[in-house]
Design a protein around this ligand. Sequence first.
Ligand SMILES: Cc1ncc(COP(=O)(O)O)c(C=O)c1O
Length: 400
Amino acid sequence: MSATSSSLLDTLKQGIADIDRAGLRRRRRIIDSACAAHMTVDGREIIGFASNDYLGLAAHETLREALAEGARLYGAGSGGSHLLGGHSRAHAKLEDDLAAFSGGFVDAARALYFSTGYMANLATLTALGSRDATLFCDALNHASLIDGARLSRAKIHVYPHADVQALEVSLQACANDGTTKLLVTDTVFSMDGDIAPLARLLELAERYGAWLVVDDAHGFGVLGPQGRGALADAALRSEHLVYVGTLGKAAGVSGAFVIAHETVIEWFIQRARPYIFTTASAPAVAHAVSASIGLIGGQEGDERRAHLAALIERTRAMLKRTRWQPVDSHTAVQPLIIGGNEETLALAGALDEYRMWVPAIRPPTVPVGTSRLRISLSAAHGFDDLAKLDDALQTLSNRA
Ligand SMILES: Cc1ncc(COP(=O)(O)O)c(C=O)c1O
């Protein structure tokens, strides 16, 4: 082994030891069952509060069947990238389904399907951003939006979380600089559960000749009429909106999509490198997602959203009774801020002894000093699951 490669190993070992000492080491757990409220994890039965399967569709029989049917129709893999031999009828149909379902915010809406939300965000910001663009980004945006912004080589202004006044000051300062302007935000913030002030953001975008790019990873399927997402929920319409939704959370499968004016989407097909230079996901997955859109938009979706809403209200009341700090969230993401890394890890460990999986979220995912338990609710949970979590949290809160 050369001196350089062994010193890289030493550097990495040192880095891992530092991560460990700071209480920031991540460990993966192995799941032996389908994603559901009751799961087998590392060989033990637990109640899961860790997934983003907000509607409880990941283990749904209809989607299992659709995936199997998709494999029978189209085989196991796509065989190529979308532009070179991998774009199947299932992908094309799904894009039409998605545009019809969530594209009501713009005339001439068209959808583009991606393998992951991470890639959809990289594609969106690199295809629309350039050295001649300025991106205005919420401080709590998801890592994939941050990475996409960096990769775009645009100028970046980060505004304090949800602070439209500070954003307007930045917009004013750049008003006449001739750059293309994009406001970029999560809709539901993934580690806080709060919702961006979308109507005010769009109003600012229109006033300053900017576009608004929203990442609705945690809103699609859950928010708005029929679960059509955050833009439908806020009844917003504009040609200058770009909507990113993901399909591995409420939709229960995987992948993501962008909906925008058809010209924007055609530009992506020509120029978005994270779309062009990668193998298309298995057509069977797209086939299953189409079935999921049917469930989300139907009566079953409405029933699941109503149950989820009741679980959210029960959880809010329960978290207020602990000695820790809940976040004022009305979504399925219910964080409980504990503070330090070690204390948060210890609490997650104690809940694990009660056979409950509630992940400890630590920096750099959240700011230093705000480590938290992220309780993620699903329509698959019953009130009895919440009662068990309540008992455990009250006991630990009184003991601490
Ligand atoms: C807000 C947000 N955007 C994008 C993503 C990335 O989506 P995907 O998991 O499909 O890559 C996630 C989570 O993973 C997310 O929470």
